[in-house]
Design a protein around this ligand. Structure first.
Ligand SMILES: C[S@@+](CC[C@H](N)C(=O)[O-])C[C@H]1O[C@@H](n2cnc3c(N)ncnc32)[C@H](O)[C@@H]1O
Length: 100
């Protein structure tokens, strides 16, 4: 697992080598993902990896609504999932690349 802290300002997510991690079976898990930002942007440059967006339950519902209206295929195909989780608790799933 690789853990990246992109909230400290040292890196913007566009600077990251997504193609290096874009393998069949790779899962990017974003804690405090909000509704869409990262997975929706990065989906345009990765071809294989999946995204699990973790946030509070009400935010996950908003995220699912965003994708239903803007990129329903990402949810239908399983490339993007929302997973309610309070980050003060154990993460239900951890990925190859964890973004926080
Ligand atoms: C600044 S936004 C994160 C944005 C996103 N990571 C990005 O880079 O665009 C902070 C997010 O943390 C979420 N959040 C706040 N408390 C949380 C908690 N206890 N567990 C999970 N998510 C939480 C909020 O709902 C919000 O979506």
């Amino acid at each position: 697992m690789v853990t990246l802290d992109i909230m400290n300002g040292a890196l913007g997510y566009h600077d990251l080598p997504w193609d290096r991690w874009d393998k069949e079976g790779a899962v990017f898990v974003e804690a405090d993902a909000s509704t869409d930002h990262l997975s929706n942007d990065v989906l345009s440059v990765v071809k294989h990896a999946k995204f699990i967006n973790q946030d509070l339950p009400e935010v996950c519902l908003q995220g699912e609504k965003f994708f239903a209206e803007n990129n329903a295929e990402a949810i239908r195909s399983g490339r993007v999932k929302f997973q309610p989780n309070d980050f003060f608790t154990e993460q239900p799933v951890k990925g190859l690349v964890e973004i926080c």
